[in-house]
Ligand binder design. Sequence first.
Ligand SMILES: [Zn+2]
Length: 240
Amino acid sequence: MWLYIVIGIGVLFFLLICFCLAVANFSFDNFKEKRQEAMGYVAQNGMNILDFVAIINEKYLDGALQVTRCDEYMDHFSPGYIALSPSTLSSNSLASFSTIAHELGHGLQYKKQELNRQWQRRSKNRIIGKFFIPLILIGIVLAVISLLNLVPTFVLYIGIGFFGLAFLIFLLACYTKYKEIKIEKGASKYGLEFLSECMTKEEVKICAEFLNSARLTYWGSLFRTMLGWTMLTKSDKMFK
Ligand SMILES: [Zn+2]
């Protein structure tokens, strides 16, 4: 009886991990594809990327935002400024416009006090996520040695307890990620509003697809944190 329960739990975890790995690998490929597409389009308005920043900054953010530089793929918002990478700044593609509009969206969220603590505490969640696989492995070892009658039966319960803890971590990680992604979604929503002021509907649609694919990578990064050491997710230099 216990053997079947343990096997059942094992199979469920295996399926869960397969699903997570699929998302982790798919989301980044999908993002790169959409990014490539958005990079191929130059905005028809002929607008310079910094003019766009200046217009939105003036209109929505009281002109309070500064532009600074950052490394490749590290574009981000921090209170008071947006940091943009060389490739974002040097192109007038829809990918650049989308990235900047999204960061400006965070600026508006900040102004409206919609950024909560979750957004500022991403790294803590990543650390918690690292306990996921070790807990499962300990659970498996305890269950196996107990089922082989090498140790008293109560060890099996402890093993199942470890599975339970791992599952709680998984739920907690998904929940905090969900909150974080809601904020990312909100930033993109504002960003698309900014973009629709100076772009055609068709262009805004391409930007929206690009921003959506970027958001999926947030789930991917969660699963990669949990499963990265298994070597089964692709290591992608772009996001290190
Ligand atoms: Zn963001």
